[in-house]
Design a protein around this ligand. Structure first.
Ligand code: HSE
Length: 436
């Protein structure tokens, strides 16, 4: 019997695309023998063919016509590695409409257009695989869809952005300056082309939206989440958190209250007790703790960004796509459960402890004014620390609170902003004492 040839097209040859080309070429023979097919990297579409690239690709295999790769009848699997939501969306929809398998690392696209993409796949007979979109090399999509299919998920929380974890780790271990570390994260191929997506929390939010969809069957857009980044976290916060027994991590938290059928998705820098596994996940590594009602908590750790980790996930999707094309069977279980439609939790149901750092006038009565505001908002103070603020007339005042909720803390912040003795916008961090 003649061995079938499966042809793959790459759209985009940036950091991830080149990684896929490199590692796929190196492991092609082994993959062919494992999958029982011949595999061919048929064509790659790029914006600028003259750009210097680390991988050598024959000129005849390169084109600038990205849509032609997506619609080429010879190509079975289209890898969309362009990023963004413009051309990437057109490429994805065009390939799905022709019944192709699309493999994507594009978390922003999925978060913004997930429902449209899956509908297009159903209509056109295509399939959409996206293991590389969340947590780089960690097979978290597979874990949720396959390994944990018996479970419902009360809590998922995780470090989903390698760039931010790299920055926070180096700030905490070496006290290195923020801007210099960010520049290094860019050089290492961790950061997005627009790094504000990383440091302002949007990239984590896109990934959280995908995990929430897999776990709960609804797309939560970023404007329905709390999204805060690491750009205002300073060495003083890292030092104070360490003194209190915490590390600071940018976390996505997806919580579900099954009794009231409510869901929340939030992204923010979080003080995590040092004895939690994820508090010790450092550098570019990501980590995700998933609490299922049958299995309990399982934790996943691995490189969350960078060429090699992401290529590993893309190639795993290519292998699954080949299995689908040759056997007609998808490896993963079908669509996420579509139970009674879950509601987004109101802010007063989103509970946390809080860390609040303020730069205040260093004079009598200021602490009393602040305490009056917290009392009025029924926010109970757990501890108060005062340190120097780097100027003679002011001090840094750091409060931690007992459990409160997002509504009460927002109102507290609004009241504090009106105080003349509070000199800058306070920094709010959450304290994540998760019961796994
Ligand atoms: N910029 C992303 C990160 C890349 O730092 O995690 C992986 O999605």
């Amino acid at each position: 019997m003649k061995t079938r040839t499966i042809r793959i097209g790459l759209c985009g040859l940036g950091t991830v695309g080149q990684g896929v080309w490199k590692h796929f070429s190196a492991s092609r023979a082994r993959l062919e023998s494992q999958l029982g097919v011949k595999l061919e990297l048929h064509r790659a579409a790029v914006k600028d063919p003259r750009k210097k690239r680390a991988v050598k690709i024959p000129a005849g295999r390169i084109t600038t016509d990205t849509l032609a790769v997506a619609t080429d009848p010879k190509i079975d699997i289209v890898c969309e590695l362009i990023g963004g939501t413009g051309l990437a969306r057109r490429v994805t929809l065009a390939a799905l409409a022709r019944g192709k398998v699309v493999v994507s690392a594009n978390k922003a696209l999925l978060c913004a257009h997930g429902a449209e993409i899956f509908a297009a796949a159903r209509k056109g007979g295509g399939h959409f695989f996206f293991e590389a979109s969340v947590a780089g090399g960690i097979p978290i999509i597979k874990a949720l869809r396959e390994g944990l299919v018996a479970n419902r998920f009360r809590l998922i929380y995780g470090i989903l952005n390698g760039t931010c974890n790299y920055i926070l780790t180096r700030m905490s271990l070496e006290g290195a300056p923020y801007a210099a570390i960010l520049a290094e994260a860019k050089k290492l191929g961790y950061a997005e082309a627009d790094e504000s997506l990383d440091v302002e929390g949007w990239d984590t939010a896109h990934k959280a939206s995908i995990l929430a969809f897999l776990a709960h069957g609804v797309w939560v857009k970023t404007d329905r989440m709390i999204v805060e980044g690491i750009d205002r976290v300073s060495p003083i916060d890292i030092r104070t958190a360490a003194t209190l027994g915490y590390g600071i991590k940018l976390l996505a938290v997806i919580g579900r209250d099954f009794e009231n059928n409510e869901l929340f998705v939030r992204v923010h820098p979080t003080l995590l007790p040092k004895d939690k596994v994820l508090a010790n996940v450092n550098g570019v590594f990501n980590g995700i703790a998933v609490t299922g009602d049958v299995v309990g908590t399982t934790t996943y750790i691995g490189r969350g960004a960078g060429q090699d980790a992401t290529a590993s996930a893309v190639i795993s999707d290519i292998a699954d796509a080949v299995t689908l094309l040759t056997t007609g069977k998808a490896v993963a279980a079908g669509r996420p459960e579509q139970g009674p439609r879950v509601r987004l939790a109101p802010l007063e149901h989103v509970i946390s402890r809080y860390y609040l750092r303020m730069t205040v006038k260093d004079q009598p009565g200021v602490l009393a004014q602040i305490a009056q505001i917290t009392a009025r908002n029924r926010v109970s103070i757990a501890s108060v620390i005062q340190t120097a603020a780097g100027r003679t007339d002011a001090a840094s005042l750091i409060l931690t609170t007992h459990e409160s909720n997002e509504r009460a803390i927002r109102s507290t912040l609004a009241d504090l902003a009106r105080l003349k003795s509070v000199l800058e916008k306070p920094l709010l961090l959450r304290i994540g004492e998760f019961t796994d």
